[in-house]
Ligand binder design. Structure first.
Ligand code: TMP
Length: 217
């Protein structure tokens, strides 16, 4: 199925400034005449937001890695069918705060779950999504955790130890190395204005067809 619209996903650790950067990107695109839809993962639909509550509540300490991976994939499948496919078919530019690379980075590299199995369940969840482009806001985990909420307010994933977050970061960088056509790395430690400039360069290259992006594989 061919889509008129385009999907751009934003990845990186908590505290990398994704929300602010996505908001700025949306503003710039709207001013240039693009019709923009913003969404997030896990979440973005009534059902996916309910799954988000389960996933992030620190009270579910017993949640197994496999359960976690399947819940993320379930929330994703609902977002794809209910929001992403219709928005792309209608010609929108969709900006998504986190997507499937989060599962490879957190559940794969962070938790140590089988990467091939994660690819299989997520290929199923993505349905016929096609190509997209990913902006990875790269930041050392120490910096990201320092910028985000205090320990008491951290969600179940944020409460993981530093070595978990280091594996997540390294995982993201491995993915960026393996899929250079789709994943573009931006240094999120830089001044936020420079970060935004770099993002706009990548985003415009993709929207104008200079960059092709890639499919999830
Ligand atoms: P957020 O706070 O950026 O919205 O993301 C929620 C948390 O969920 C964050 O710590 C990253 C984590 N996460 C995964 O572990 N796997 C996934 O597939 C996604 C989408 C998020």
């Amino acid at each position: 199925m061919r889509h008129a619209g385009k999907l751009i996903t934003f990845e990186g650790p908590d505290g990398a400034g994704k929300t602010t950067q996505i908001q700025l990107t949306a503003q710039v695109l709207e001013e240039s005449g693009y019709s923009v839809v913003r969404t997030r993962e896990p979440g973005g639909t009534r059902l996916s937001e309910a799954i988000r509550q389960l996933l992030l509540d620190p009270c579910y300490k017993e949640m197994s890695g496999v359960t976690e991976a399947l819940l993320y994939a379930g929330a994703r499948a609902q977002l794809v069918s209910e929001v992403l496919l219709p928005a792309l078919a209608a010609g929108n530019v969709v900006l998504c705060d986190r997507f499937v690379d989060s599962s490879l980075a957190y559940q794969g590299y962070g938790r140590g779950l089988d990467l091939e199995m994660l690819r299989v369940i997520n290929t199923f969840a993505l349905h016929k999504l096609g190509t997209f482009c990913t902006v990875l806001l790269d930041l050392p985990p120490e910096e990201g955790l320092g910028r985000s909420a205090g320990v008491a307010e951290r969600d179940r994933l944020e409460q993981e130890n530093l070595s978990f977050h280091r594996r997540v970061r390294d995982g993201y960088l491995i993915l960026a190395r393996d899929y250079p056509g789709r994943i573009k790395v931006v240094n999120a430690s830089a001044d936020p204005r420079l970060v935004q400039e770099q993002i706009q360069e990548y985003v415009m290259a993709y929207l104008t067809g200079r960059d092709q992006g890639g499919a999830f594989e």
